[in-house]
Design a protein around this ligand. Sequence first.
Ligand code: 5GP
Length: 191
Amino acid sequence: MKELEQKILDEGIVLGEDILKVDSFLNQQIDVELISKMGEEFAEHFKDQNIDKVFTVESSGIAPALATAKNLGVKCVFGRKKQSLTTSEDVYHSSVFSFTKQVMNELIVNKEFIKEGENVLMIDDFLANGQAAKGMIAIIRQAGANPVGCGIVIEKSFSNGRSIVEDMGVEVYSLARIAKLEEDNIVFEEN
Ligand code: 5GP
């Protein structure tokens, strides 16, 4: 998605060796127009997969997941990152290593919201080492539902996340794929 690549070049900030900060349009302030276009793009790509539900992880996956769910005409569910007082006992959970925070988080979803046999499309903001996606796939499979695809806004293709997700039998579709991430030098994969 050319518009997204240009936005990353204009507003992305590279932190350290491998973190891209995109707080100005995705991770804190949200560019609603751009997110809407992302939703259209994901929905167009996955429209023939009979998606029943869009699933993401709080908090940065929610905006693109919501836009995608709206275009597909389905509900959007987000996993919570730790047990909260309002979460019932009746939950699916899996452990996820957080790339940005370097800690283990528990990913939790109420059993009510993902049902056996449903076709579930995962959406997330970034794909790095595939841990968030792996945690989502684990939850979908615990529910007896089908992970039918993984839509990613920004894939860091120099990391191994794509092969981890594909090895679990799930297609990955990314809107921007970063091959190289250096200060003042962000290089995208050729389409
Ligand atoms: P993974 O689980 O694939 O290793 O990492 C993906 C998760 O880590 C995403 O949900 C995202 O929140 C976070 N993440 C990974 N890399 C980056 C990055 O470069 N920038 C930001 N903002 N988040 C990242």
